[in-house]
Design a protein around this ligand. Structure first.
Ligand code: GLU
Length: 488
């Protein structure tokens, strides 16, 4: 009897164990989803960034910027949607990166730094930058850290530069500087440009993107060695998403995509050069305001983008109304006599007539392109035709077709255009010799100017700009909080 009861009890315990063990084990084994799984399950990659020409901004065509485009490619690589979140400042960025499960990644032009080791984990690098001390060209140029003493210096709060200055202050306790969480890099550069502060410290990529807006800022000296821009994830041991990000970054750096992206966003620096960049900035402030309304009006009338027309005008004449070339083209939009007549322009040297005629002509050229050429290529083809003429462009398209390339793709046709200057090739064409390299440079340059103007007039800034018309010369004589800052 006793034995029987014992047996029954043992059986009951066994049964209990059989039922419970998997349950208990199951509880232990239900793992939290990893960062990568969370992104995949949600189907969305939430990326936090800053609003800057070097990172993320909106132009008339929507969201863009180096970090945006790179993150978008990463989202595509993961097979998910990209959702951009904007940080108010760097402290906010790191707090949200670590506190919120929703934010997967920071892609905000951030450099790796010792102080950030605890705040985040870093991806493989994708851009090399140098921290630079920036001063006003009319001031004495500082050349070494000691020259920072006694100057009004402001940097972004929580930035790698604040960290650098804090380290410097240990060596030079007299060093004074202000950290602000109410400004962005372009605000700092504007303050130097206008003499509101003496110096700031920004990374070379930020300067490269912003130099074209601020004619008075110059690099004083590099403060320290080149360093790496990286993506960052929360400081946990979950490296699932980071590992994917690294795989992706390695891939785009090997297959040339990263290089193309750098060229697209930073290419103007090579193209314009340092002097060209601040000359552009000066012209943006001094010359464009005289013609901006006319660009807007004419462009609207002819259904084209005024920024593109302004970029075209800059390429043609640097926004100078009385330019005349050896070949007889004249005026702000450099119209030939024939074109001017056809467009109803009586006086080519009148900038308003020139802009009107140029926009009308551009719209007409674009309209006459074959229907098979889609945007955005259509715009690049139209610019090329504006420069070299529709006949020569057609010749280059035929050459492209003969070579097995796509005659409707600008990337392909621009390879053919320079051939129009070589006898071997132009003798096979209907319209013959042309300086075919020119339209290629022409289109490249205009695309750069267009990008620059797109940042300066991005929709979220534009309402302000229209309100106070201070796009080109905001009046700031104190250090205002961010909301009060006029757009660039
Ligand atoms: N790259 C800087 C950082 O990581 C922020 C922006 C800049 O000034 O370049 O803190």
């Amino acid at each position: 009897m006793l034995i029987q009861i014992k047996c029954q009890a043992r059986r009951a315990i066994c049964l209990l164990l059989i039922v419970c063990i998997p349950l208990i084990a199951g509880c232990e084994e239900t793992p939290q989803p990893t960062a990568l799984e969370r992104v995949r399950d949600a189907g969305v990659l939430h990326v936090i960034t800053r609003n800057s020409p070097a990172t993320y901004f909106q132009d008339k065509n929507g969201e863009t910027g180096f970090e945006y485009e790179l993150s978008k490619l990463f989202a595509e690589y993961l097979g998910v949607e990209l959702q951009i979140e904007m940080a108010d400042n760097l402290d906010d960025l790191f707090t949200r990166l670590n506190k919120s499960d929703a934010i997967a990644l920071a892609a905000a032009g951030l450099v790796e730094s010792p102080g950030r080791q605890e705040q985040a984990r870093f991806s493989h690098p994708y851009l090399e930058v140098t921290p630079q001390v920036i001063y006003h060209k009319d001031q004495r140029r500082p050349s070494q850290p000691r020259d920072l003493l006694g100057k009004r210096i402001m940097v972004l709060k929580g930035s790698s530069h604040a960290e650098q200055l804090a380290a410097l202050k240990l060596e030079m306790p007299e060093l004074e500087y202000e950290e602000s969480d109410a400004v962005e890099v372009n605000d700092l550069l504007r303050m130097v440009d206008e003499g509101v502060i003496d110096l700031t410290l920004v990374d070379s990529n930020e300067l490269a993107m912003n130099q074209v807006y601020f004619p008075n800022v110059r690099v004083a000296f590099d403060l320290g060695k080149p360093t790496n821009v990286v993506w960052m994830v929360a400081a946990t041991d979950d490296d699932s998403l980071l590992a994917e990000a690294n795989k992706f970054l390695d891939q785009v750096s090997q297959n040339g995509t990263l290089q193309r992206l750098k060229q697209r966003f930073y290419g103007h620096v090579d193209q314009l050069g340092y002097v060209g960049a601040y000359t552009f900035a000066r012209h943006l402030q001094q010359r464009l305001p005289r013609y901006e309304q006319q660009f807007r009006k004419s462009a609207q009338e002819h259904g084209v983008d005024w920024r593109l027309m302004a970029a075209l005008g800059y390429q043609e004449s640097l926004w100078q109304p009385e330019v005349t070339s050896k070949t007889g083209v004249r005026g702000l939009m450099m119209l030939t006599q024939r074109t001017a007549q056809a467009m109803g322009v009586a006086n080519r040297l009148d900038p308003m007539q020139s802009i009107h005629g140029g926009s009308k002509y551009f719209a007409h050229v674009k309209e006459s392109l074959p229907g098979s050429i889609q945007e955005p290529d259509r715009t690049w083809f139209a610019l090329a035709a504006y420069n070299v003429g529709g006949g020569h462009l057609e010749d280059a398209r035929i050459l492209a077709q003969k070579e097995g390339l796509n005659p409707d793709k600008w990337l392909d046709v621009k390879k053919m255009l320079p051939r129009l200057a070589q006898k071997k090739w132009y003798t096979q064409t209907k319209y013959g010799y042309a300086r075919g390299g020119e339209p290629v440079h022409f289109v490249n340059n205009i695309r750069r100017y267009y990008d620059i103007l797109s940042w300066a007039t991005q929709p979220q800034l534009e309402s302000n700009q229209l309100a106070d018309n201070s796009l080109h010369k905001p009046a700031i004589n104190k250090t205002p909080p961010k909301e009060e800052l006029a757009p660039m």
